[in-house]
Design a protein around this ligand. Structure first.
Ligand code: FE2
Length: 430
């Protein structure tokens, strides 16, 4: 079974990444930052987790307000550095841990946390700023795998502190029920006191920062009961992102061993570091077994339904490139290129020969077996002038006529809009 070895919490100000990239280790103004991170770095080196569940918030870089989610778990194979306006930092992509991420995602959903899931997104300083000083890289390789958890703390309403704490408790159940014998660390980033907007910009409260570091160690329940306004009053509005630390704390035992804590205020944001070692008792095997059984219940038996393929994270990851290619049929320029020069369009998207063949042959059934979701099929159909009913019949291996006989009315349709009206040869009314 997987074991949580400890929890780490650190600030994630861009200053940390800047100081690292510009090699300010010996500059008196910056040296304390490195000094406060050094023991954390040593802890990681000594304990070598196989995976880190890494909690952070994006700063409206990869997660914009067109769709803003509260708890977003990364299920990808790797995570690149985001460009935040001046070019991306020169750091290698971090390897993900899709198997652990999928288990955690399924476990949290079972515990009624309605998560969002992401892949194919670069991560900003909320993630990479502390990463670059926390973990030592050998030959530019990161020493562990990461499951990122992005928390939407910027557009109110945001999750309560208590919800974060409860998510941490559910995260503990998720990790401890993972069947592989691996060591996992939980890292939260964010804070400490700061405000970067409005007339109160520059607000700090070092006393509250020190108190917070102490209270989260020995009395997290108290912090879970605080409101966002109380956090803002004590630590600045942006400082309220500190509620993310409660996710890490919730994943640990009630009693923890504090092995390191530090605080430094160089400029706008209090920089804190905290390392807590877990003192958890081993969970009896039958308890984890029961939890995994509960996780499996929702889809139990679906595998026995013939011709039925639930679209899962594993399938989504495997067929991501092809789903993405077909999804882009909603962009006029993409579908025009595809219609005019399919081979050029395939090559640009980097499709494999197998993927190209599935699209070339309009192999509707094969596409489903490969992991493409049906709703991409109907987009491709709309683009090439094939009706939904043709696709349904083809997936069943029947002629359109035979399939039509199984319907109450003999109607045909597709999702093609105004651009397809002159081309729909299958529309019997024309
Ligand atoms: Fe932040």
């Amino acid at each position: 079974m997987a074991r949580i070895i400890g929890g780490v919490a650190v600030s994630h100000t861009p200053t940390i990444g800047f100081a690292y990239d510009t090699k300010k280790q010996n500059d008196p103004a910056w040296a304390p930052i490195f000094a406060s991170f050094e023991p954390v770095r040593e802890w990681f080196k000594a304990n070598q987790p196989d995976a880190i569940v890494y909690i952070f918030n994006d700063h409206v870089t990869s997660f914009f307000f067109d769709h803003y989610s509260s708890f977003v778990l990364g299920i990808d194979k790797e995570y690149k550095v985001a460009d935040e306006g001046g070019g991306a930092r020169e750091l290698p992509a971090v390897p993900g841990n899709p198997a652990l991420a999928q288990h955690i995602g399924a476990s949290l959903m079972t515990d009624e946390f309605d998560m969002s899931f992401f892949q194919d997104k670069p991560l900003d300083h909320g993630f990479f700023s502390p990463m670059s000083v926390l973990l030592e890289r050998k030959d530019e390789q990161w020493p562990t795998t990461i499951v990122p958890l992005q928390v939407g703390v910027l557009q109110f309403p945001i999750p309560t502190a208590r919800r974060c704490y409860k998510l941490g408790q559910a995260l503990r159940r998720a990790i401890e029920s993972y069947p592989e014998d691996i060591k996992v660390a939980v890292v939260s980033t964010g804070g400490l006191s700061h405000q970067v907007h409005g007339e109160r910009a520059g607000f700090n409260n070092p006393q509250w920062d020190q108190d917070f570091l102490d209270i989260i160690t020995r009395d997290p329940e108290q912090l879970a009961g605080m409101t966002h306004a109380e956090y803002a009053e004590l630590g600045g509005l942006e400082g309220a992102e500190i509620i993310m630390w409660l996710i890490m704390r919730g994943a640990l035992s009630a009693n923890v061993k504090k092995v390191h804590s530090s605080f430094y205020l160089p400029s706008m944001t209090g920089i804190g570091t905290l390392v807590l070692e877990n003192q958890s008792a081993e969970v009896p095997g039958l308890v984890n077994e029961r939890h995994r059984t509960r996780m499996a219940i929702q889809l139990q038996g679906a595998d026995k339904l013939t011709g039925t393929y639930p679209f899962t994270h594993a399938g989504s990851l495997k067929a991501y490139r092809l789903n993405k290619y077909l999804h882009r049929m909603i962009v006029p320029a993409h579908r025009e290129k595809f219609l005019a020069d399919p081979e050029g369009s395939f090559a640009e998207a980097g499709l494999t020969e197998e993927e190209k063949n599935l699209v070339r042959r309009r192999d509707w059934r094969g596409l489903i077996h490969y992991g493409v979701i049906f709703f991409m099929l109907e987009k491709l159909g709309a683009t090439v002038g094939t009706s939904n009913l043709h696709i349904y019949a083809a997936m069943r291996g029947e002629s359109l006529e035979d399939f039509m006989k199984t319907r109450n009315t003999q109607v045909n349709y597709s999702v093609a809009g105004n651009q397809a009206t002159k081309e729909v040869a299958w529309d019997t009314k024309k």
